[in-house]
Design a binder for this molecule. Sequence first.
Ligand SMILES: [Zn+2]
Ligand SMILES: [Zn+2]
Length: 146
Amino acid sequence: MSNYVEELINSIAQELNNTLTVQRRHILTALIKNRDKHLSAEDIYNLVKSDYESIGIATVYRSLDLFKNNGVVSKINIDDIFKYEFIFQEKEKHHHLICKKCGAIIDVQDLLVDNLSQKLRIEKGFECFDSYVSIKGYCAKCSEDE
Ligand SMILES: [Zn+2]
Ligand SMILES: [Zn+2]
């Protein structure tokens, strides 16, 4: 395990006030190494399984729930498939553009929706705790092919 990954996992353990089990450390390692990707629970399960065979899918689901509730990962619903990505210590929230044709998921930072939660509070009195936005359409490549 690289130092960087190990340090990150240790600060997560501190944040969670939790000595992370070996399984959870493996799950976090897979998430951190693939932090630029959006992975389903099954993808994560398969990644972990390749170097920790005794992992169970139920453990993966339970751990992802715990990580999500503590701001370590975000969970995005893409056509009813949940994808996870590592967001611990991410300074700026990012949102997603989802291509309906090729399935590409493109991260966008502070574009148009930056002050969304603030606006909702002021204009609608709505206190939002999850303001991740997914915008569906066609990516540059697919709209070119049309
Ligand atoms: Zn596309
Ligand atoms: Zn993302």
